[in-house]
Write a protein that binds this ligand. Structure first.
Ligand SMILES: NC(=O)c1ccc[n+]([C@@H]2O[C@H](COP(=O)([O-])OP(=O)(O)OC[C@H]3O[C@@H](n4cnc5c(N)ncnc54)[C@H](O)[C@@H]3O)[C@@H](O)[C@H]2O)c1
Ligand SMILES: N[C@@H](CCO)C(=O)O
Ligand code: NA
Length: 452
């Protein structure tokens, strides 16, 4: 059990303020300052004592963040918060799996300081060793804000469902991607415009390719899977695809077929191992998860006894994320703490997720083909050879279709195929052969279909 070392007082007799040091004063850090001040009385009542900010660290001392920092100790070196004698709890809101964030969290835990962080990259990549450090020091390491922002996802999976054997966890885990794909679908606006808007709203990571390439969602999925299955997942084994390959055409075809496209995280327990993956999926438009739009996230969990549940809420932005950080601080102030992975870190080995060749899905394929006799026969022959069975097919001549090979009268048209469930290894081989057909132009688009 983790001891209450926050502030050094015995449990039950704590009234002195919990003094926190915040590293990083960006979207989340400034949001936390606003929340702790705006909700001071509520927070103190629920924490059983005031939570006060004594020290901060960020890169630029002069920047106006819309919050009053007078009277607080300013550290140019964030790692100094770990040993500041006026700091009981270190709050890390800088970000990144390495560098100053990792150094600060490691040093703080080694110094016996509780840590609260919003840093999913750090927990996903180094969570096993940090859990061991926290356990050795007997201090909490909390990260509710790291997964799905304001949704209490960590608490739900690790504590609320602690008694069940969970079989699946995942959902819509990146607000930026969901915001981009929703706006592209609803307004037809281009990718770059909508991404700039998500950045301005404070949703995107410092490097937005972390969002659009699926890495951020994969960090969150790895954490959720580790909590659901009781052992951290080796991050490098998570299969990750982002949303850059989604064309406006795919959004249109998905609609025509009765689906929406979502970037999903999916972790499943199977008899032969664990799947952990992030990629775009077609989901039936009537499925509850298909209705989760904009910056909203959804966390879906399934367990043998609990059945299925879905939590929906804002997954990014200063207010939602700050509430999650502050809730962790309230837990620390009260002296309640749970081991990082829900059980002792002693001897915990990592889960290696199954490779993509083991996936088994329905697939949406979009090919750009020369509109001439025999094309469909050639494509379906390859699918037949690999045991892939077709469920439906759409071919649309499009008003904007133009010859792509310079030959008039043989324009390219999109051909869309939907398959029955099949092994991904078979689909990969079939796609390789389809791409090599002379009638097929460019690389086929392949999107998996999930029942939602
Ligand atoms: N923005 C969100 O909606 C959101 C939601 C959930 C989790 N998070 C996580 O919260 C963390 C912070 O995200 P953010 O959006 O507030 O980022 P941000 O870029 O807005 O802010 C980062 C802050 O860290 C500071 N910083 C950077 N390098 C530093 C260094 N070497 N030393 C001291 N300070 C340094 C910057 O000055 C800035 O104040 C990240 O781990 C992110 O993944 C963000
Ligand atoms: N960049 C992340 C922030 C929340 O973790 C997102 O868009 O979901
Ligand atoms: Na959360």
């Amino acid at each position: 059990m983790i001891a209450d070392s926050a502030g050094g007082q015995a449990r039950g007799a704590i009234t002195a303020p919990l003094r926190i040091g915040i590293a990083g004063l960006g979207t989340v850090g400034a949001g936390l300052v606003k929340l702790l001040r705006g909700n001071e009385t509520i927070v103190a009542a629920r924490a059983g004592r005031p939570i006060t900010i004594t020290a901060v660290a960020a890169r630029d001392r002069t920047r106006d963040r819309g919050v009053d920092l007078s009277g607080l100790t300013w550290h140019d070196d964030a790692a100094a918060l770990a040993t500041d004698p006026d700091v009981d709890v270190v709050v890390e809101l800088i970000g990144g799996a390495e560098g100053v964030a990792r150094r600060l969290v490691t040093t703080a835990l080694e110094a016996g300081r509780p840590v609260v962080t919003a840093n999913k990259a750090l927990i996903a990549v180094h969570g096993a060793e940090l859990a061991a450090l926290a356990e050795r020091a007997g201090v909490p390491l909390m990260f509710e804000a790291a997964v799905a922002g304001g949704i209490p996802a960590i608490k739900t999976v690790r504590e609320g469902l602690a008694a069940d054997r969970l079989t699946r966890v995942g959902g819509i885990l990146n607000g930026t991607c969901n915001y981009i794909m929703t706006a592209m679908r609803e307004s037809g606006r281009p990718f770059a415009d909508v991404l700039a808007e998500a950045q301005a709203l404070g949703y995107a990571e410092a490097d937005p390719s972390t969002d659009v390439d699926g890495i951020d969602a994969a960090h969150k999925l790895a954490i959720l899977a580790g909590l659901a299955f009781g052992r951290p997942v080796a991050f490098a084994s998570v299969h990750v695809e982002g949303i850059r390959g989604i064309d406006a055409l795919d959004l249109d075809f998905a609609r025509a077929l009765g689906y929406r496209i979502k970037l999903l995280g999916l972790a499943r327990r199977r008899d032969d191992g664990v799947e952990a993956r992030v990629h775009p999926c077609l989901v039936p438009e009537k499925a509850p998860i298909a209705q989760v739009d904009g910056v909203f996230n959804a966390v879906v969990v399934e367990g043998a006894f609990v059945g299925r549940l879905m939590l929906e809420g804002r997954g990014a932005g200063e207010g939602p994320t700050a509430t999650a950080v502050a809730a962790d601080l309230i837990d620390v102030a009260r002296g309640s703490a749970v081991p990082v992975w829900g059980r002792s870190a002693d001897g915990l080995t990592q889960i290696e997720a199954l490779p993509r060749t083991a996936f088994h899905e329905e697939y949406y394929l979009r090919l750009n083909v020369h509109d001439r006799p025999g094309v469909i026969a050639d494509v379906t022959a390859v699918l037949r050879d690999h045991g892939v069975s077709l469920r439906s097919m759409l071919q649309h001549g499009r008003a904007d279709a133009v010859p792509q090979d310079g030959t008039a009268g043989d324009p390219s048209v999109p051909l869309v195929l939907v398959t029955h469930r099949t092994r991904e290894s078979a689909m990969m081989e079939a796609l390789g052969r389809i791409a090599a057909l002379s009638a097929v132009i460019g690389a086929p688009a392949m999107i998996r279909i999930d029942p939602g």
